[in-house]
Design a protein around this ligand. Structure first.
Ligand code: ADP
Ligand code: MG
Length: 374
């Protein structure tokens, strides 16, 4: 991996190759030249605060999604936040939270917004800095400390599901080797093992039998820990096992922000059970029972935006929570489509939702939720 990265860097010094690669990525839409950014943003409707909500504040935006000079990732969140602030006449500045003077610089802001990368190193930096900003300096943060605490952290999310009696996939988390070995002894195989942090199904594995489970437990509780797909981090002193839901055919992602809901279905590739990252997305209607559950999780997680992923077991006739995330990969302003018409579900009350047509960046709604009560 490291060698590959070095080769890539060297190859990139050759202008011809670099330009070819950048062109290819612009063509497939994964990066956007900065001068084309506005066009992309305004393919979606504006999100505006009501007049009496318009706060006199200064927002610090941490930039994300930087790719190459003059280009930004189409998944970057900051341009959508910026669009919202411009349209609502709210003042803002870019804020480099990674520098040594982040704390001093934070003083001038009332609100700080930061789409954190999903790797464990960034999570560590973000959780600790947001603790200071949110809890000690009383800054309004997106994400707040409560929000970041479960992000890319399947163990912490499990604690909340358990505490609030939410229907997660039956999950076993332990920091005791003895306890984990007891579980391995009694489990009904196959089971699923997950890393605390992971996306696109990296770090999710099927454990076929007791021998494999014991091997993983021995590695995880060894002095070095078990290897993960992050070069800089190992699975150390914890185990996250789940029952394998064998009759799940899809992963249903439902995004909730305020009382608006979006979502889509993801299907695994043939012969695999993992839908996340497989790239087979289908946008269609979602039943109220699933919307209710995702809404409940968002409320209990105290989040301004939360995507909760569900699977459905036909046998048990039940939705189970796979995981929840405050940030997800967002490629378009069409995060819900019914019969090819983009829009969102407006929640009326439990069990009752109304489809509203329109194209929106969900990030704008999330920021609106965050600052509407300032
Ligand atoms: N316990 C389980 N039983 C059956 N399938 C599962 C289970 N947990 C996850 N999956 C499948 O694996 C995929 C990846 O799991 P997930 O926990 O969502 O990891 P990631 O964070 O990488 O998306 C899901 O999209 C789902 O299709
Ligand atoms: Mg997932």
């Amino acid at each position: 991996m490291l060698a590959k990265e070095i080769i890539k860097q060297i190859v990139f010094l050759i202008p011809f190759i670099r330009n070819f690669y950048i062109k290819k990525r612009v063509a497939n839409g994964s990066i956007i030249p900065l001068e084309k950014l506005e066009d992309t943003l305004y393919k979606a409707d504006k999100v505006v605060l009501k007049n009496n909500e318009n706060p006199n504040i200064c927002v610090g935006i941490v930039k994300d999604g930087y790719e190459y000079e003059g280009y930004v990732s189409n998944r970057a969140y900051y341009p959508k936040y910026e669009k919202f602030l411009k349209n609502n006449n709210i003042s803002y500045e870019y804020y480099d939270i990674y520098r040594h003077d982040w704390l001093e610089k934070a003083k001038k802001f009332d609100v700080i917004v930061w789409h954190t990368n999903s790797d464990p190193a960034t999570q560590d930096i973000a959780t600790n800095k947001i603790y200071v900003l949110d809890k000690l300096m009383n800054k309004k943060c997106l994400p707040s400390f409560d929000e970041i605490w479960t992000y890319e952290d399947k163990v912490n999310a499990h604690y909340l599901y358990q505490h609030f009696n939410l229907p997660e996939i039956p999950t076993f988390v332990s920091h005791s080797k003895e306890d984990a070995l007891e579980y391995a002894e009694k489990a009904k195989y196959p089971i699923i093992s997950k890393l605390n942090t992971g996306s696109a199904s990296f770090g999710v594995n099927k454990i076929a039998n007791k021998r494999q489970a014991i091997k993983l437990i021995n590695q995880a509780f060894s002095s070095k820990g078990a290897k993960t797909y992050f070069q800089f981090q190992r699975q150390k002193d914890y185990i996250l096992f789940q029952e394998f839901i064998s009759d799940a055919t899809y992963d249903l992602r439902i995004m909730v922000t305020g009382d608006k809901l979006f979502g889509y279905y993801r299907y695994p590739k043939k012969g695999d059970f993992k839908a996340s990252g497989a790239g087979n997305v289908v946008k269609k209607a979602i039943e109220p029972k699933a919307l209710d559950l995702a809404f409940k999780v968002k409320e209990l997680f105290k989040a301004n935006f939360l995507a909760t992923d569900l699977l459905f077991s036909e046998k048990l006739n039940q939705y189970f929570i796979i995981e929840s995330s405050i940030f997800i990969g967002i490629d378009t302003a069409e995060q819900l489509k019914i019969n090819e018409v983009p829009g969102f579900y407006q929640r009326i009350k439990k069990g009752e939702y109304e489809f509203v047509e329109g194209k929106y960046w969900v990030q704008e709604f999330a920021l609106k939720e965050t600052i509407k009560n300032i």
